[in-house]
Design a binder for this molecule. Structure first.
Ligand code: C2E
Ligand code: MG
Ligand code: MG
Ligand code: MG
Length: 291
């Protein structure tokens, strides 16, 4: 395999050079073992409203391979999906996230957590019931869990997907539509999916402050979502100017490195405590020097 080092000096597994089967199989076996050994971690990234209040956290899976270093989630999620390991990974993520939510609640931190689920999960028989049972086992109310899905859930057997999603929302779990705008015929999907939140994909947010067309796409998406009664979250907000544009366009919440990158659980606890009831405050832009 090929590895390069990222800015922090940790090796990053590079996928493009080794899509050969034995290697993928090796990685798959390693992932299976890592899940059993609980070596896969969750990091949490805040979603904040424009008044600074923390709207929730998104759980993002992190895997540091003992020899290869950090393996990007996109990479091993694709492997898990094409191999049948996905339900196992999702169980692990849900179990870890709900355990963490329960712990935070016992410490007086009532913050909802969003978990990403793959189309594979939504098509697993009994998925809605197993999520409800897991919530009950952890003593976590359904309203403290959100599931992020993508339009891809409708590609195969849309009726089954719709039934599962209806089951989940019936239990009180909130659904969020992730990466909105990158899929195929988004408007139809928006009507068919029982979601209460829409996340505008980073690819539209990134150049929002410079690109007139991206700004128009975001404006229309926000208006459309609001007219359907959905909350809108922008992902990948990295700078002040983008924050201000999104606020002016009426977006409800943002996520991105401007606020915080995904952090390990302990760091997240400290982050939440430090913000207290005031929420996150945007660092003041540098003021011109006084005369
Ligand atoms: P996503 O759910 O759309 O997550 C957003 C991705 O953008 C995350 O990448 C996050 O770290 C990154 N990000 C957040 N803020 C910024 C920013 O300001 N700038 C930039 N450039 N990037 C930002 P990550 O953690 O690498 O995850 C990639 C994708 O992997 C996720 O996209 C999600 O689709 C998938 N994923 C992650 N964890 C899980 C999981 O537990 N289960 C499943 N099924 N998929 C997961
Ligand atoms: Mg997501
Ligand atoms: Mg996304
Ligand atoms: Mg994404």
């Amino acid at each position: 395999y090929q590895a390069k080092r990222d800015r922090t000096g940790v090796e990053v597994y590079e996928s493009k050079r080794d899509s050969n089967t034995p290697d993928r199989l090796g990685l798959l076996g390693d992932l299976r073992r890592a899940l059993d050994a609980q070596e896969v971690e969750l990091h949490y990234q805040p979603k904040v409203r424009f008044d600074g209040q923390v709207a929730g956290l998104e759980a993002l899976v992190r895997w540091v391979h003992p020899e290869r270093g950090k393996v990007p989630p996109d990479e091993f999620i694709a492997i898990a999906e094409s191999s049948g390991l996905m339900p196992h990974l999702t169980e692990y993520v849900l179990e870890t996230a709900l355990g963490q939510v329960a712990q935070w609640r016992s410490q007086g931190l009532y913050v909802p957590v969003a978990v990403n689920v793959s189309p594979r999960d939504v098509h697993t028989p009994g998925f809605a019931g197993s999520v409800a049972a897991r919530l009950a086992r952890h003593g976590v109310p359904a309203g403290a869990l959100q599931l992020e899905i993508t339009e891809h859930v409708l590609l195969e057997d849309p009726q089954r997907a719709a039934d599962t999603l209806a089951g989940l929302t019936g239990h009180g779990v909130k659904m969020s539509l992730d990466d909105f705008g990158t899929g195929y015929s988004s408007l139809v999907h928006l009507r068919r999916l029982p979601v209460s939140e829409l996340k505008i994909d980073r690819s539209f947010v990134a150049r929002l402050a410079f690109d007139v067309e991206d700004a128009e796409i975001v404006r229309c998406t926000v208006d459309l979502a609001h007219s359907l009664g959905l909350l809108v979250v922008a992902e990948g907000v990295e700078d002040d100017e983008t924050w201000e544009r999104l606020r002016d366009l009426g977006c409800d919440a943002v996520q991105g490195w401007l606020v915080a990158a995904a952090m390990p659980a302990e760091e997240t606890t400290a982050w939440l405590r430090a913000r207290g009831s005031r929420g996150w405050q945007r660092p003041r832009a540098a003021l011109p020097a006084a005369e």
